[in-house]
Ligand binder design. Structure first.
Ligand code: EPU
Length: 335
């Protein structure tokens, strides 16, 4: 493992906040977490940081940052119609997508372009364009902290929901994920329920195939989301709110074109649409702004400080509440 003191985090958070942490440990092997536990190093504040694409550091982190750097994709089982891959937490998400395309494994292709590492994917059950990662997860392996007891949770034990899992709820801060096991199809099997994706395919006159879906998802993403290598951000800053039916009916009177999706007995609204309707899309205060093509994304155009970002997102939450009586919740982890 590599250990650093007073370590700058600028290159470890896609929001590009100029903060540092007291200690930074890069783990090169999963078992190293056991040594750290034996040394009682996890008895101080600690945070497991993958690609840093879903976090807003509001100040220097006065604790230990653990960063899984071990990578690898192993095919551990192959049947006639399916394969099982065991993928190390430090593997870049897009490397896994590339591997699946190369080997013709179906299931994850709609999730191309999501920044971050494989170990983070189950924590918030990443999702896009009609697919959630839980749809392909067989199990998640790791250690329970701070005692480093190994765990192996089957998909149905992970309590996956919209942008949520057991790792974000009752086990928040209590697990170190080392591997994710994916069960993928060897037979063509596409999810084309998301309108903009099916429209992009027909507009480009393409038949569904792994390559074509990846190409179209990337085109749709590029049309709506900033390029994180150029503009600081953490993807969707807010979660789409899930509200009782009464709230939906009330708001539908106010906004006849209200976008909604069924969510069990409740209704999921599009936070981006509410922020847009409240007039914030494209709004900029210094270097902090609301992305002009997708109001769900808070951006740092260069030198925004954590305080600039905080002031902006708090104003958005408060204004959306005043106008629509809906409370938006950040999706990013705010530290
Ligand atoms: N909308 C607006 N104005 C906006 C943004 C959206 O009116 O500024 C409307 C759209 O027209 C659409 C609806 O809101 O009718 C939903 O928008 P979109 O399809 O772009 O998706 P989203 O609900 O805003 C979610 C995810 C994204 C994911 C997309 C595509 C969350 C918090 N976000 O966004 O995930 O890429 O669906 O599946 O669930 C991320 O998590 O970082 C992320 C980008």
């Amino acid at each position: 493992m590599k250990v650093f003191q007073n370590y700058p985090l600028l290159d470890h958070n896609t929001f590009k906040m100029k903060v540092s942490c007291r200690q930074f440990i890069e783990l090169e092997r999963p078992e190293e977490i056991v040594n750290l536990c034996e040394q009682h190093l996890l008895e101080q504040p600690f945070y497991i940081l993958g690609g840093g694409s879903n976090v807003l550091f509001t100040k220097d982190y006065d604790g230990l940052i653990l960063h899984p750097a071990f990578q690898g994709i192993d095919k551990i089982e192959e049947e006639a119609r399916h394969v099982t891959l065991r993928v190390a937490a430090g593997t870049e998400w897009e490397k896994l997508i590339d591997y699946c395309i190369q080997h013709h494994y179906f299931g994850l292709e709609n999730l191309t372009g999501i920044p971050g590492l494989v170990g983070s994917a189950p924590v918030q059950n990443i999702g896009a364009y009609g697919v959630e990662v839980k749809d392909c997860i067989l199990a998640v392996d790791g250690y329970l902290l701070p005692k480093a007891t190994p765990f192996h949770y089957q998909c149905d034990e992970c309590q996956f929901g919209y942008r949520s899992s057991i790792f974000k709820k009752e086990l928040k801060g209590k697990t170190f994920i080392t591997h994710v096991l994916f069960r993928l199809s060897k037979e063509p099997h596409y999810t084309l329920t998301y309108k903009a994706l099916s429209e992009e395919l027909s507009c480009q006159q393409l038949e569904p195939s792994l390559d074509n879906i990846v190409r179209c998802v990337r085109a749709v993403r590029d049309s709506k989301l900033p390029d994180i290598t150029k503009i600081g951000c953490a993807g969707s800053f807010f979660q789409n709110p899930i509200v009782p039916n009464e709230d939906y009916q009330r708001l539908k009177q106010q906004l006849p074109d209200l976008v909604s999706y069924p969510a069990g007995e409740k209704v999921k609204l599009a936070a981006g649409q509410l922020i847009d309707k409240a007039g914030w899309k494209g709004h900029r205060e210094g270097d902090a702004g609301i992305y002009p093509k997708q109001a769900l994304v808070v951006v740092n155009y260069g030198n925004a400080s954590p305080e600039d970002i905080r002031q902006l997102y708090e104003k958005v939450i408060s204004d959306v509440y005043t106008k629509f009586q809906i409370t938006l919740q950040p999706e990013v982890n705010i530290l």
